[in-house]
Design a protein around this ligand. Structure first.
Ligand code: ADP
Ligand code: MG
Length: 753
């Protein structure tokens, strides 16, 4: 009898085991049995041939219609062509042979059904599989097969050029026949409450179902395994986190926070008050807060973060604010210093009595400023330290780091969180993460599963709506002139505008695009703090439209063209990540002050930038950006009391996928809806992101978007179980499943490093 941990070699022999390992990386019986069928073919029900696509590796069930053999013209040997059909479409199987291929002609008899496996290509207008593997059904080749073919459903496995679906099926059959399942990773109570079948039944049901009911039951149960094991890991991490100690930072009356609140020019929304109260309570505890604050663009996350930071400073700690771009870091630095006024002028003339200081650290600031701010952070003179990923460098030290705020998380991974956390010395700092993109609850529970979540759903009152339109310049080039006219109108009314391009345009010829500073964690150069601005999001660059496309529009070229043409006479400025630090700062300041009318920029303004008088945005080559990215960009306008306008300029034709995405952005302002759409178009692995290595391969059946209820229930069950039995002493099979998940995560992490 075999168990799941056994190496495959012991069960199916050396040769088959080697093949499974090299083709699919499957090593143990468990690996193989968790390699699930992609679909099930009904016996006798032929695969629809019209659905095949070039380049795909397919396994089709079809009927042989005709076979011909002819000599090759220029070489010795023959070509055997078998035409197979699903009753409507046809597919040619091509076999090249040195000899006459009589034997093959005898086997491939018209009228027989078979499984054919190979890569689809088109030759002279005909779909074909060159040299496919095949297995004829009901041809009686071997009694062992008889049982398999008696079954109603034929599992079709993800296969490849080195291994066929039926070779996998053969190995699975042997493994299942010798399998001895001991224990069940899902506790009996969980199975009972949710009507789930046992583990052994599930493995048999998914590989050798009698009917589709079997498949359904097995799939549900195995999805639960994936969700539950992961949620148990996360529950254990949350529990472990409560064991760390942190310095309590309770709110003190009469401090900086109270002064800040008194000076606040608006009322907090109910959502802001609730989230703020939760955070204030958690900061007062003696174990670290780990909270995710998510909310719609413009919902006012920053003010919550600032209030939390002030509470910590009042309680004699320091707070670090990590921003994804230098532009945003500078903005936070300016607006927080300004809001605090004399409260942030400790040691200076006019500074208030219990004042603190605000420091800033970015990658491209000058050496003198840098030294000054490093010192203020290390000595404790600065209570608030704002920065880009430069904050993560080893040289940066804090006197008493009590709170880490990570703004617009999508640019930072778990590693960055940990790097900052490690700077707190004894005990751990409280951590507040804010997301740029609202994400569906289940994704949040999985990606940020070790964090508690607060969500802001409303926007502050008095916001004006943003009208978004697609400008299809390929069909209607004159629309672009109209767009520039609209910008002139906005400026004439005293407002300002952004024009966003996917590229900077200062590349040295031959320089690879995209090396202008990737965000931290994506392996880019640290020279710029403003990540990922070149090329936009490559979601829009499908394989079909890659080659003949012109390069994306560039800020520098477009700005020159506009200044000389349609926007002549307006005050234009250029902003991008490769400008020197002071220059970026100067440009943003003049734009915020209203002395620049139009900012021609890259995505450095994507997140966080807040200039309420800017009301219009034109996004060039809009199809190059992802859905969530467009939504974020658009969030830069309509922040004041005047209506916002966003124009998505594109050359892609109507009807395609790229155009659909733009239409979707134009159709709704609901960021949660759009992020769902965005996620649906990515593979699950990308949803989880690189920081979640092992999770990619551990989620095979579960889909984060579709299985929301299941994940929610699994999380509740997991939390209850871990509370009752933290070490899982009563659940040996579950503990083993978790060990193997963590091993996998570690292995993938090491591979990455
Ligand atoms: P985001 O959540 O996208 O980071 P911000 O924190 O940048 O949003 O807030 C957007 C704008 O709304 C800022 O100008 C901020 O000052 C303003 N704001 C925040 N909260 C309120 C409120 N309760 N009432 C009015 N304006 C607010
Ligand atoms: Mg923000």
């Amino acid at each position: 009898m075999a168990v799941l941990e056994d190496p495959l070699r012991l069960v199916i022999g050396d040769k088959a085991a080697k093949r499974l390992d090299s083709a699919l990386g499957l090593q143990t019986v468990g690996d193989l049995l968790h390699h699930y069928p992609r679909r099930y073919d009904k016996r006798g029900e032929l695969t629809e041939l019209a659905s095949l696509r070039d380049g795909e590796h397919v396994t089709v069930q079809a009927e042989i219609a005709a076979v011909t053999v002819r000599r090759m013209r220029n070489r010795p040997g023959t070509i055997l062509e078998a035409t197979v059909t699903d009753g409507r479409g046809r597919l040619t199987l091509t076999f090249f042979g040195r000899g006459r291929q009589d034997w093959r002609e005898k086997v491939l008899r018209p009228g027989l059904h078979g499984l054919f496996s190979g890569q689809v290509s088109t030759f002279k207008g005909k779909r074909q599989l060159a040299h496919p593997e095949y297995e004829l059904l009901g041809s009686g080749d071997g009694a062992a097969r008889a049982e398999q073919y008696a079954a109603e459903l034929i599992p079709v496995y993800p296969a490849g050029s080195q291994i066929t679906s039926w070779q996998i099926a053969d190995s699975v059959r042997i493994a299942l026949d010798t399998l001895d399942v001991t224990g069940d990773p899902l506790p009996a109570g969980v199975r009972g409450r949710h009507g789930l079948c046992g583990y052994a039944d599930a493995l048999r049901g998914i590989h050798r179902p009698v009917d589709l009911g079997d498949v359904r039951r097995a799939t549900l149960r195995l999805k639960w395994d994936e969700a539950f094991v992961l949620q148990v890991v996360l529950a254990q991490r949350r529990l472990a986190a409560t064991a760390y100690s942190a310095t309590p930072r309770p709110a003190l009356p009469g401090g900086l926070l109270a002064e800040f609140d008194a000076a606040l020019p608006f009322e907090l929304t109910i959502g802001q008050q609730l989230a703020g109260a939760t955070i204030a309570d958690e900061l007062a505890l003696d174990h670290p807060m780990h909270r995710l604050l998510q909310g719609e663009v413009g919902s006012g996350k920053t003010v919550i973060a600032v209030r939390a930071m002030l509470q910590v400073v009042d309680a004699a700690g320091q707070a670090a604010l990590l921003a994804p771009t230098e532009v945003l870091a500078q903005q936070h630095y300016r607006s927080i210093s300004q809001l605090l006024g004399p409260l942030a002028a400790a040691g200076q003339l006019g500074g208030a009595e219990h004042a603190t200081r605000v420091a800033i650290l970015t990658g491209s600031q000058g050496a003198a400023a840098r030294r000054k701010h490093l010192l203020e952070a290390a000595s404790g003179a600065a209570g608030i330290i704002i920065g880009t990923h430069a904050l993560l460098e080893e040289r940066v030290q804090f006197a008493d780091l009590g709170l880490v705020v990570i703004d617009e998380q999508h640019r930072f991974g778990v590693e960055q969180r940990d790097a900052l956390r490690d700077k707190a010395g004894d005990g751990r700092p409280h951590v507040l993460v804010m997301t740029a993109t609202p994400i569906p609850r289940t994704v949040a529970m999985t990606v940020f599963g070790d964090l508690e979540i607060s969500t802001l759903t409303e926007l502050p009152a008095g916001r004006s709506p943003i009208a978004t339109h697609v400008v299809p310049v390929a069909d209607k080039p004159w629309y672009l002139d109209r767009a520039w006219e609209r910008i002139r109108e906005e400026v004439a009314n005293g407002r300002q505008a952004y024009i966003v391009c996917p590229r900077i345009g200062d590349e040295v010829p031959g320089d690879a695009p995209g090396d202008g500073g990737s965000p931290p964690g994506r392996g880019g150069s640290p020279a710029s703090d403003d990540g990922g601005e070149d090329g936009g999001d490559d979601l829009g660059q499908g394989p079909d439209d890659g080659e003949q496309r012109r390069p994306p529009l560039a800020v520098i070229d477009l700005a020159a063209g506009l200044a000389a043409g349609p926007l002549a006479g307006l005050r234009l400025a250029v902003l991008h990540g490769r400008l020197p630090s002071e220059e970026k700062d100067r440009v943003m300041l003049s734009f915020a002050a209203g002395s620049v009318d139009v900012l021609v920029t890259t995505t450095v303004v994507e997140v966080g930038v807040d200039v309420p008088n800017a009301t219009a945005m034109v996004i060039m080559d809009a199809e190059r950006f992802g859905v969530s990215q467009l939504h974020q960009l658009r969030g830069r306008v309509g922040r004041g009391s005047h209506e916002g306008l966003c124009l998505l300029v594109t050359e892609v034709p109507e009807g395609g996928k790229a155009r659909e995405r733009l239409d979707a952005v134009a159709a709704t302002l609901d960021g949660f809806k759009l992020s769902r759409l965005d996620l649906e178009q990515r593979r699950e692995g990308d949803v989880l992101g690189a920081a979640q290595a092992g999770r990619k391969s551990s989620l095979k059946l579960l889909t984060l978007l579709a299985d929301e209820d299941l994940i929610g229930s699994a999380r509740d069950e997991a939390t209850a179980l871990v509370d009752a039995d933290p070490a899982l002493a009563g659940q040996p099979a579950l503990a083993a499943a978790i060990r193997s998940l963590l091993d996998e995560e570690r292995a993938e992490f090491l591979e990455k490093a």
